[in-house]
Design a protein around this ligand. Structure first.
Ligand SMILES: NC(=O)c1ccc[n+]([C@@H]2O[C@H](COP(=O)([O-])OP(=O)(O)OC[C@H]3O[C@@H](n4cnc5c(N)ncnc54)[C@H](O)[C@@H]3O)[C@@H](O)[C@H]2O)c1
Length: 344
């Protein structure tokens, strides 16, 4: 019998990523979608051939009894919808970031473990072949001791012009929680999730409140509530350092940079595309030289989740790792707000 899937949050990521992937799997049946606006959720269902639509998630669970749930709402509603789905015994994939606080991410992790449900987060960048390759090379010790990692999740003028990405209460923050979360996850995954000791950060709100138009549409500068850039230092147990740069808007040359560099005492590496290099007598020598980065990350993230739901032993970005990322994000925001370092 096919597994029934329900989507909570009928927005762009639900349609482009979740629905379009589920439609490729014959083991699944897209059964229902939930959204707050009756007309928009009806349109979404009709456009995507989904037989049932609801404006209330409780009613959907009672009527449809799905096996699998995708939570694609704005960040503030992730936790309540994940907990509800888990209470109904569903396996869940939740969009990133896990939640808007570490306490919520912990509750979500604990509920999944207590109920024996799968909880995965759509940290899709870690599913690129480039990440798999570097993860294995770091583990083999090709880079030696990786003591400095540089994480960049930067946009020049890329404040999202849709959704609620500039609303602090609904999203929990700006580029750190939205973009930085992705590259922090990819970096920590490659490094094997080392223990974090202390963080310090500084954030700015310099452009979002002044301008109103960018590469990703228009926003209201009077309602721009989140940071537009944040910079941080993350000290690891054992002496390593992660340097973080993240922005929605920052006067840099590139439109967008989403990448991680790893500096070891034997070799260095860049994540997208995966390249490993070292210095021989002052000359740069490549040990690995991929020319293009794997762009198929989203379908691979969805594939891993569905395969796990169907019993395959594959890697997903799980509830425990989601909690670690959320703790880190919260500590970075706390540090930036207080102007002092935060020990984890
Ligand atoms: N993995 C990625 O790369 C990626 C990309 C884009 C967005 N996202 C994440 O996906 C989520 C949604 O982003 P989006 O770009 O699709 O935004 P969006 O605004 O297009 O969609 C969100 C949808 O959720 C609906 N919604 C709001 N409150 C709800 C509630 N309480 N219950 C059910 N539905 C509700 C809204 O009506 C809207 O249709 C965010 O958490 C975002 O961070 C992840």
């Amino acid at each position: 019998m096919k597994k029934k899937v329900a989507i909570i949050g009928a927005g762009q990521v639900a349609e482009k990523v979740h629905v379009s992937y589920y439609q490729t799997r014959e083991e699944l049946e897209l059964a229902a979608v939930v959204g707050p606006n009756p007309e928009r959720v009806k349109d979404f269902a009709e456009r995507n051939g989904i037989p049932q639509y609801f404006t209330n998630a409780e009613e959907m669970h009672a009527a449809v009894k799905p096996d699998i749930v995708s939570v694609c709402t704005p960040n503030r509603f992730h936790c309540e919808n994940v907990l509800l789905a888990i209470a109904h015994g569903c396996d869940v994939i939740c969009e990133k970031p896990p939640a808007i606080s570490a306490a919520e991410a912990k509750q979500m992790r604990d509920a999944a473990e207590a109920n024996g449900c799968l909880l995965a987060y759509d940290f899709h960048h870690r599913f690129a072949d480039d990440v798999t390759i570097l993860h294995d090379k770091v583990k083999e010790g090709i880079l030696g001791d990786v003591y400095v990692t540089k994480v960049k999740a930067l946009r020049r003028c890329g404040i999202p012009g849709w959704g609620s990405f500039t609303d602090k209460e609904v999203q929990g923050g700006g580029p750190l929680i939205d973009l930085g979360a992705h590259m922090l996850d990819a970096a920590l995954y490659v490094l094997g999730f080392p223990k974090i000791k202390r963080v310090s950060a500084k954030m700015y709100q310099k452009i979002g409140t002044k301008k109103s138009k960018g590469t990703l549409g228009e926003w209201d500068p009077n309602k721009y509530e989140v940071e537009d850039s944040l910079f941080g230092f993350i000290e690891l147990e054992g002496g390593g350092l992660i340097q973080l740069e993240t922005s929605f808007a920052l006067n840099i040359k590139d439109t967008s940079i989403m990448n991680v560099e790893f500096c070891g005492d034997e070799a260095g590496a860049t994540l997208f595309p995966a390249q490993i290099y070292t210095d021989e007598g002052g000359e740069l020598v490549y040990l690995l030289d991929r020319k293009t980065a794997d762009a198929d990350r989203h379908p691979k993230s969805m594939e891993a989740f569905v395969d796990r739901c169907l019993g395959k032993d594959v890697m997903v970005a799980d509830g425990r790792q989601g909690y670690v990322i959320q703790q880190l994000i919260e500590a970075l925001y706390q540090s930036a707000e207080k102007g002092e370092s935060v020990t984890l």
